[in-house]
Design a protein around this ligand. Structure first.
Ligand code: SF4
Length: 64
């Protein structure tokens, strides 16, 4: 599974941080969860709709 669009909206959101695990896959962490309890730290992906979504300027996922 590629990371590209696998996480839905999160893949294009400034609040996303990709976190790799020891088995070589990665999780989509939501940094907005640190300051807003409405958002889960590890949202169920792919996220189709999110009130916290803010598009990144750069294309593609940001490495952790
Ligand atoms: S704010 Fe929403 S779209 Fe952005 S990373 Fe968090 S859960 Fe994903």
């Amino acid at each position: 599974m590629g990371d590209g669009e696998a996480f839905g909206l999160c893949s294009r959101c400034v609040h996303q941080k990709l976190v790799a695990n020891t088995r070589g896959s990665s999780f989509s962490m939501c940094l907005l969860a640190r300051r807003d309890s409405r958002f889960p730290k590890y949202p169920r992906v792919p996220v189709a709709r999110c009130d916290g979504f803010a598009p990144r300027d750069a294309e593609g996922p940001r490495a952790a």
